[in-house]
Every structure is written in structure tokens, then in C-alpha cells.
Design a protein around this ligand. Structure first.
Ligand SMILES: C[S@@+](CC[C@H](N)C(=O)[O-])C[C@H]1O[C@@H](n2cnc3c(N)ncnc32)[C@H](O)[C@@H]1O
Length: 326
């Protein structure tokens, strides 16, 4: 693939722009830069002075965007950082952003990663069983598949893939690897799918196992849980002079499976609620005050036209909230 080209089509782009409302002079963070699709729209709409800090854990994604959006980089409007969004507060401080208006998380992996067989995310093409978003991580999917014990594997498939055949698949893997290591995506996909009826158009029998391994390798749920309170803090930060913010900071988060969507939903609901005391407590003793206002009480989903144009958008769930300005 050409390094400067991206195959990734940004998901729910218009909806994200409506929710984040980028404008001149604003500071924004795209913590899942990917192919830079959302970032370039934010930069275009916040011209001539809006800034974006783009973060990705994948050095290849950063290199591609650096080339593709070099104009904005040279203008000083696009700052790029290699890092994990679970360290967002530190990354923002190092980048010197002082008053951030909007933060986007578009979770998971990009088409650029999916369509590069050597990255090992796809079961439709053969590649090494890798699945690391950050290629300097120590553990690959192959390491887990060949080294984790049977119960641990079953647990991963159940917890992160909601795979009903988790134990049976774990047993099959353990039997197979006793004969030789499982190192390729196709090898694993065929092993998982063997004997399972598969109708074209239905989800492939290996889908959940691949999702589960990717989540485990990249610690995706833990990273998401770690970043949410940091996003709230960054968006709530007072101006450098201690003054009140004129504008409520906004977060927009796109999730692609129910496990991550649940984490986002519960975080936003909790932070949008005044009192968290159990219902039988007559007078509030917790003192919790809502810090968020939900902009999407129900998640937004892509329309039929978008799904037709970009089938990978079909499972997207977009939620957004703004910080309550005191
Ligand atoms: C769905 S893609 C984003 C696509 C992007 N919005 C666009 O329009 O081109 C997700 C990106 O987030 C990155 N990513 C996933 N988890 C991350 C994390 N914990 N920290 C930083 N980047 C992460 C992936 O490497 C991938 O490039």
C-alpha cells in the first residue's frame, strides 16, 4: 500500500462534526487518528486557526497522516503524537494544549490496518497472527494462542468475544498446537470454523474469536476505561488564567461492539447524574454532581446509505456529551 494513501473511510463524519462543532481558534484532540479522515474534516472546518492534536498507537498510521496532511503539519495546526490514549493527560500536557474544546475517539482498528495482511487482523486474507495496534508491544495474538492455557483462552473468547463456543474452541486450539504452533490467521480461522455451518452473508464463525484476541492483545477495554475520566478532566480544565471557559467542551465516541459501547454509555450516564445514592437512601449522602450533559441520550447509528457505501460502518454507535460549565 502507498504510504501516503489511506483506505479508511471516516465513519459518521457529518454527525461527528455536528456534535463537535469545530470552529476557528478551537483546540481539538483526535485520540484515534487512523487515516486522519476525521482530523482533516476538523481542520478544514476550524480554519484558519483551529488546531488538532492527533494521537495514535500505530506508528504507520502517524507516518501516513504526516505525509498526507503535511500542509497542516507545516502550518502548525496539526500536532502528531505517537502514544496510547490511556496516557492522554500526559500527552496533552506535553503538547502544550491549554483549552481543549473537543475530543474524538473512533475506537478499534482502521481499514489500513485491516487490509494489510502482515498486521494479522483479518481472517479473510492470510497473514501472521499478530493483531498488535502498536507493533512494539511484546505479546502478539500468536503468543496468546500458543502459550495461554486452555481456561485462559476460553475466558478471553467468552469475555471479549461473547463467543458461546468458547470452551470448545479453546480445546480445539490446545489439541492443534500440541501438533505444531498456530502462526497464521487463516490457520486459526479454519480451525475455529471447522464443522460450523456458515451461510454467505452471515457473520463468519471466526469473527468473535478474532475480536476477542485483538481486544486482549491491545488491552482495549482497560485502555478505554482509563481514558474516559482523563477526557472529562481535559475538557473541564479552567483557562490558564483561572477564568471560566466560555464554551462547554465536548466528547464524541464511536464504538464498534457492545463491550466498548457499554463502557462509554455507563461512564457518560454516571457523569451526567447528580446523585448516585441507592434508591432507598432518602437524602443524598454521596454528593455526586453531574459534570456532563448528554448530547445523545440514545446512541446514533449510521444510516442505510452510509452502510451501503461503507459496510464497515454498520456496527458503529456514536455517543456524545458536553461538560457542564460551572
Ligand atoms: C477506527 S481507526 C480511526 C480512523 C480515523 N477516525 C479516520 O477517520 O481515519 C482507529 C485508530 O485508533 C488507533 N487506536 C486504537 N486504540 C488506540 C489507543 N488505545 N491509543 C491510541 N490509538 C489507538 C488505531 O491504531 C487506529 O489507527
Amino acid at each position: 500500500m502507498n504510504l501516503t494513501q489511506t483506505q479508511h473511510i471516516p465513519v459518521m463524519l457529518e454527525e461527528v462534526m455536528q456534535l463537535l462543532q469545530p470552529h476557528a481558534g478551537g483546540q481539538y484532540i483526535d485520540a484515534t487518528l487512523g487515516g486522519g479522515g476525521h482530523t482533516s474534516a476538523i481542520l478544514a472546518r476550524s480554519a484558519p486557526t483551529g488546531k488538532v492534536l492527533g494521537v495514535d498507537t500505530d506508528v504507520q498510521a502517524l507516518a501516513r497522516v504526516k505525509e498526507r496532511l503535511s500542509y497542516y503539519v507545516s502550518e502548525g495546526r496539526l500536532l502528531l503524537t505517537h502514544g496510547n490514549f490511556s496516557d492522554l493527560s500526559q500527552i496533552v500536557e506535553q503538547a502544550g494544549l491549554t483549552s481543549v474544546q473537543g475530543i474524538l475517539l473512533d475506537l478499534g482498528f482502521s481499514s489500513d490496518q485491516m487490509d494489510t495482511p502482515e498486521r494479522g487482523f483479518a481472517f479473510s486474507t492470510d497473514g501472521p497472527l499478530d493483531m498488535r495496534l502498536n507493533q512494539s508491544l511484546a505479546t502478539t495474538a500468536a503468543d496468546l494462542v500458543n502459550e495461554a492455557d486452555e481456561a485462559e483462552l476460553a475466558d478471553i473468547f467468552w469475555k471479549y468475544g461473547e463467543e458461546r463456543r468458547s470452551r470448545q474452541i479453546a480445546r480445539r486450539i490446545v489439541n492443534q498446537r500440541a501438533k505444531g504452533a498456530i502462526t497464521r490467521t487463516k490457520q486459526l480461522a479454519d480451525l475455529v470454523a471447522a464443522g460450523v455451518p456458515y451461510k454467505p452473508g452471515a457473520i463468519h464463525p471466526a469473527t468473535r474469536v478474532f475480536q476477542a484476541l485483538r481486544i486482549a492483545v491491545n488491552q482495549e477495554l482497560e485502555r478505554l476505561e482509563a481514558v474516559l475520566p482523563q477526557i472529562l478532566e481535559i475538557l473541564s480544565k479552567k483557562r490558564a488564567d483561572g477564568g471560566r471557559r466560555e464554551e462547554a467542551g465536548r466528547m464524541a465516541i464511536i464504538a464498534f461492539h457492545s463491550l466498548e459501547d457499554r463502557i462509554v454509555k455507563e461512564f457518560m450516564r454516571r457523569e451526567a447524574t447528580d446523585c448516585l445514592c441507592p434508591p432507598h437512601v432518602p437524602v443524598c449522602v454521596c454528593g455526586h454532581k453531574a459534570r456532563l450533559r448528554l448530547l445523545t441520550p440514545k446512541p446514533r447509528m449510521p444510516g442505510a446509505q452510509e452502510i451501503e457505501r461503507n459496510p464497515r460502518a454498520r456496527s458503529a454507535r456514536l455517543r456524545a456529551a458536553e461538560v457542564v460549565v460551572e
